[in-house]
Design a protein around this ligand. Structure first.
Ligand code: SAH
Ligand code: DHB
Ligand code: MG
Length: 223
């Protein structure tokens, strides 16, 4: 069978049918996001569960997310936390954050999730301080142009053993094009250049296909 985007779609649906039970709360979160006019750029269900399992494998207690949108990935990650766990998520758009707040509350995570509104580079400094603990897992999924700054902040706010996941690093394969004029791709290439020189991070990246097209994650371990 030719590996077309239709095949990727069908396989993602097969995976969801077998491995992802019906989930009215997550469905409602996506419906509310569509109704509010948010772009349909949340992680796919299979990717959401991947992030959820990663958080459980790492027994993480503190999660930082950059880029909340309607809170879809926030719910997947928040559900991986123990009762005393905390998730802080950063969102530029106040209107998106309101949609996320309602979705997170419907998921029973209102007391677990803190949403900070504004450009992440302005809200990140609020996460430093004696009353703030380092994060065990950071999911970076905001504007791609600032990815390098976000990775550097994630490193600063984490500890040896923390995991950093970056979404959308492959972008239809544009990552490996040194002549790209797409500033999002330039932003990701800066991260990869930095990783070459940063001994505190051990990293890999995986290409993915599916409902969200051809893209991928980078996985960084703080060591
Ligand atoms: N993580 C979400 C999808 C995030 S989409 C999910 O998978 O469900 C990217 C989000 O980053 C958008 O909501 C966008 O408004 C937000 N964003 C863009 N620039 C930002 C910035 N400078 N600071 C914080 N958030 C930003
Ligand atoms: C876009 C952003 C994302 O985080 C994503 O997963 C897919 C697309 C975008 O801005 O187009
Ligand atoms: Mg993304």
């Amino acid at each position: 069978m030719a590996a077309t985007p239709e095949t990727w779609h069908a396989v993602d649906c097969y995976i969801a049918d077998r491995l992802l039970p019906d989930d009215p709360v997550l469905d409602a979160a996506l419906t509310a996001a569509v109704a509010a006019g948010l772009p349909a750029i949340a992680v796919s269900p299979a990717q959401g569960k991947f992030l959820h399992l990663l958080a459980r494998i790492g027994r993480v207690r503190r999660i930082l997310e950059l880029g909340t949108l309607g809170g879809y990935s926030t719910i997947w990650l928040g559900r991986a936390l123990p009762p005393d766990g905390r998730l802080v998520t950063l969102e530029l758009e106040a209107a998106f954050a309101e949609v996320a707040r309602a979705n997170v509350a419907r998921a029973g995570l209102a007391d677990t999730v803190e949403i900070l509104v504004g450009p992440a580079l302005q809200t990140l400094p609020r996460l430093i301080g004696p009353e703030r603990e380092p994060f065990d897992l950071v999911f970076i999924d905001a504007d791609k142009t600032n990815s390098l700054e976000y990775v550097q902040w994630a490193l600063r706010l984490s500890h040896p053993g923390s995991v950093i996941v970056l979404d959308n690093v492959i972008r239809d394969g544009a990552l490996s094009d040194p002549a790209t004029s797409d500033q999002s791709v330039v932003g990701m290439r800066r991260v990869f250049d930095y990783l070459l020189t940063e001994p505190r991070l051990s990293a890999t990246a995986l290409q993915t296909v599916g409902l969200k097209g051809y893209d991928g994650f980078a996985l960084l371990l703080v060591q």
